[in-house]
Design a protein around this ligand. Structure first.
Ligand SMILES: [Ca+2]
Ligand SMILES: [Ca+2]
Length: 102
C-alpha cells in the first residue's frame, strides 16, 4: 500500500526548471526527511519523478518551503527562493538557472 508517509512529496507541486512559479504561493512541507544544513532539524524533502529531481527546503522551520531546486533528467536546473513581502504578498524568485555539464 502506498501512503503519503512513504512518499511525503506526493502533494508538492510538479514544477520543472522552466516553470514560472509566480502564482505558486506558499508550499507546505509536512514531513521533512533530510537535514540539509546539518543543524539537527529535518528541513528538506526531495522528490523525483519522470521529469527529474526537486529539493524543497524549509530553512526557518516554519513548515513552509523557502527554497526549491529543480534538476531535470536532461541536466537543466533552476533554483528559487520564497520571499514574503511586508504587504502580505509573497513570491518565488528565481535565483539560478542553467544546464549541468555545459
Ligand atoms: Ca536543518
Ligand atoms: Ca520556511
Amino acid at each position: 500500500m502506498i501512503t503519503s508517509g512513504e512518499f511525503p512529496g506526493l502533494d508538492l507541486p510538479g514544477v520543472d526548471a522552466s516553470s514560472p512559479l509566480d502564482d505558486m504561493g506558499t508550499v507546505e512541507l509536512h514531513h521533512p526527511t533530510q537535514d540539509i544544513d546539518g543543524d539537527g532539524t529535518l528541513d528538506t524533502i526531495t522528490t523525483s519523478d519522470d521529469h527529474g529531481l526537486r529539493v524543497w527546503t524549509d530553512y526557518d522551520h516554519d513548515g513552509f518551503a523557502d527554497h526549491l531546486t529543480v534538476i531535470e533528467k536532461d541536466g537543466d536546473y533552476a533554483a528559487w527562493e520564497f520571499h514574503r513581502h511586508p504587504d502580505g504578498t509573497s513570491e518565488w524568485i528565481r535565483t539560478d538557472q542553467g544546464t549541468l555539464g555545459k
